[in-house]
Design a protein around this ligand. Sequence first.
Ligand SMILES: C[S@@+](CC[C@H](N)C(=O)[O-])C[C@H]1O[C@@H](n2cnc3c(N)ncnc32)[C@H](O)[C@@H]1O
Length: 222
Amino acid sequence: MNQPHATPNPGPDLASTRRDTEEESVHRALEGYYRTGKPPWDTGVTPPELIDLVEGRGALPPGRALELGCGTGTNATYLARHGWDVAAVDLIDRAVDQAREKAAAAGVAVRLLHGDATRLDELDLPGPFDLFFDLSCYCGVPLHRRDAYAAGLTQRAAPGALLLMFGYGPEPLGSPIPEVTSWAAGVTADELRARFTGWELIDVTPGTNSVPTFWFTLRRDA
Ligand SMILES: C[S@@+](CC[C@H](N)C(=O)[O-])C[C@H]1O[C@@H](n2cnc3c(N)ncnc32)[C@H](O)[C@@H]1O
């Protein structure tokens, strides 16, 4: 008589192990940048695209803003100095500490939180927000966390809220870290249209970098 098949041991869930490894690799790489001094992106200069939204013709009235991946707080501080009620999140504690110092030195109040922009439910950030700002955070978020990022913003967006995002396009040279495939993925207009349901992509302006970069503006449905 045939023996019944033994229940196969499912073994490690390889897909989820790979996802964890990717998140850890991103975290380690970012921490390394902040540990070794000033990261290359930390220019201390607010980009003209954000200045235009805040001070230009047809500027937004100050409201509530959330910055995703705020780094050392240059832009969160800028928004607060212009009358916005600002919260800002970064994955790396050293960056958040420096952002706190920068806001304090400027004499403005910014809610600076150490946390993951793809796990906003773990933070005390109910919103609603009128403006989201992301300078090169989302384009490095692992692909499997991007739906959660979009859902977190969607839940916290006031009707008609804007998301201004700067991102690197798909990286022709591949990822600097083999496990981190999301860095090679970058961000495209098609991806944002597909992922941000309930939002309209209202502008895509190429950046001025030597590799493909874009400024995306999305608006939450009213
Ligand atoms: C390229 S840097 C830009 C920093 C800052 N926006 C600036 O312009 O100086 C991207 C930032 O996003 C942060 N970041 C990356 N993934 C994140 C995540 N899942 N949640 C929160 N912050 C994240 C990094 O730690 C880093 O500070």
